[in-house]
Ligand binder design. Sequence first.
Ligand code: PLP
Length: 415
Amino acid sequence: MRIAANLALDERVNALRAQGVDVLHLGFGEAGLPVHPGLVDALARGASHNAYGPVAGGVPARESVAGYWTRRGTPTSADQVVLGPGSKPLLAAVVACEPGDVVLPRPSWVTYASQLELFGRRAVWVDVPHGSGGIPDPALLPEALARARAQGAHPRLVVVTLPDNPTGLLARPDEVKELCRVAEAEDLVVVSDEIYRDVVFGSVPFVSPADLVPDRTITVTGLSKSLALGGWRVGAIRFPDTDWGRALRDSVVGFASQVWSNLAAPMQSVAQYAFDEPVDLVRHRGASTRLHGAVATAVYDVFARHGVLDVPPDGAFYVYPDFEPYRERLAAHGIRGGTDLTRWLLEEHGLAVLAGEPFGDDPRGLRFRAATSLLYGERAEQRTEALTATDPLQVPHVATALRRLDDVVAATVSA
Ligand SMILES: Cc1ncc(COP(=O)(O)O)c(C=O)c1O
């Protein structure tokens, strides 16, 4: 198994920077914001907890997570929740424990397909609806399933990402409803990755499959994005309150017991505090989301101005432009696909972005994902400055980075 494309790019950029190369790094999905002091205190309070504890996580932390989902209109008990070191291993555990193949939106987060490979499952790729993201197009799904079954696949799970990485778009309620209707008709389990749920800044209302088809939806979330705690590794998963849901939960706990034992006890203290959503932390999360929205929209404006993007982002911190209108011009430079394009951008312009191919997209597509959050700055003071500014777009280092991006995109489309 190769290192994940996003992590590999991050390591490459760090190596280039160590050699003194000036890179504008839009290649990695790190929230890039400081840790709220309340989280530091919660971690300190948990530091003396050194016993392993229950595999699923202790009751107090699981109760907090259950409260988080219940407040969002999805009644949840602590028994339905399992904590883990990030949502990534929890997703892997679901794939390992629920037999069958998996429908993935194209494009979708790089890790889903790689995890399927790890466990010998097939990906059934289905394009996202035009102008949307994060869900396989429900109109294309029945035919794709029939084709996959005819080829010997056994589709069982369908993944949705609400809002989405890499497109930054949130599927509309009617699209989510239609997807759930098809999932029900085709007897698919919906895996709803809601790690960006608290990073929505657009006007599309959030609808979770857990509220539409509760008996067949597994939901995952975590603290890596909304609270910028990627390195702390805190994730949570919710199973349906049914016989099947309980059996799958037990199986995931069994998997966890063999692989990671439990979420680190001090991190359970953090989870308990964070999922209780104290006012001060919610305010901080709101400010973070406003910053993500302002900068992602400004980056969208840059690409839109040059005709390579036409739907503004709704959430998360990504945009996914398409340079198809400039195919002929780019071909003159030997650029025929996303990987050529991103290599050229890095080598010629010092811009690091991730090509569409690792997201399952057509390698010939001239698409890539730009992660907008790394524009807040490299140093903690810069990030705090961006977070606390009335207008983050006027903060000098943010404004300079946006101008540089505009220059690079202008140079690319007129190359
Ligand atoms: C859609 C999506 N799901 C899950 C994750 C993983 O998050 P965690 O840090 O909880 O493992 C990411 C991180 O990039 C993501 O983009």
